[in-house]
Design a binder for this molecule. Structure first.
Ligand code: PRP
Length: 212
């Protein structure tokens, strides 16, 4: 039997995923050693292996079949736009993709002005402004701490993830528009879905049952 390989987005999502998987009998003892520098973890008995990757790389591993299954945020799935099946909403990692800014930027969104939008998610931002709002904007790609942009005058607004809203509040910004809700999703390689249908479908069904 060949291994079923899981690619997990490093950090909190990976921890929550392993907790969920352990409830359906899929675990990996090797992974619990926090001091290890190992990258690939195996459960020989279950013929499963697991690796942790940077979130945006998870859909890439899954598209190319280096991983059969991936768990990553919907934000990353939308932004990376890779060819794979999204099979489950895992219900954790819930947050929202929003257009945010100072209160006075609200007016700029109403009148289709040519504004500057800073974001880690240029594809999502472009899709929202161009295709949904039909507003031409200047999108500026950043790599993090995006809330800084309107404060220091790099952009009028941002498109970013809002979870508790405390980063916005502490920086004098607010949600101006909601782009879409987000949460952790399970994705599957398109060929694996056919070739390993039984094993993968069993995992999906067990998780669905666990979540219901
Ligand atoms: C994310 C996001 C916001 C913040 C939202 O940033 O980009 O900045 O969390 O959370 P809150 O609504 O609970 O305050 P992250 O911590 O991932 O770091 P980053 O700024 O480097 O992207």
């Amino acid at each position: 039997m060949r291994y079923i390989t899981f690619a997990l987005a490093k950090g909190r999502l990976a921890k929550e995923t392993m907790a969920l998987l352990s409830k359906i009998g899929i675990n990996c003892e090797e992974m619990e050693d926090k001091t290890t520098r190992k990258l690939l973890f195996v459960n020989e008995e279950l013929k499963c292996q697991f690796f942790l990757a940077k979130g945006p790389d998870v859909p890439t591993y899954v598209e190319y079949g280096a991983a059969d299954i991936g768990v990553v945020g919907k934000d990353t799935i939308l932004e990376e736009d890779r060819k794979c099946y999204e099979v489950l909403d895992l219900g954790f990692g819930k947050c929202r993709m929003c257009v945010c800014g100072p209160k006075d930027a609200e007016e700029l969104l109403k009148h289709h002005e040519m504004i500057k939008v800073a974001t880690k998610y240029p594809k999502i931002a472009k899709d929202y402004f161009y295709n949904k709002k039909h507003q031409t904007v200047d999108i500026i790609k950043l790599n993090g701490s995006v809330e800084l942009a309107p404060i220091v005058g790099l952009s009028h607004v941002i498109v970013d993830i809002v979870e508790t809203g405390s980063t916005l509040r502490e920086n004098g910004l607010q949600v101006l528009e909601e782009v879409c809700p987000l949460s952790a999703r399970m994705i599957v390689n398109r060929v694996s879905m056919r070739m390993e249908y039984e094993r993968i479908n069993e995992i999906i069904l067990k998780i669905k049952k666990e979540l219901s």
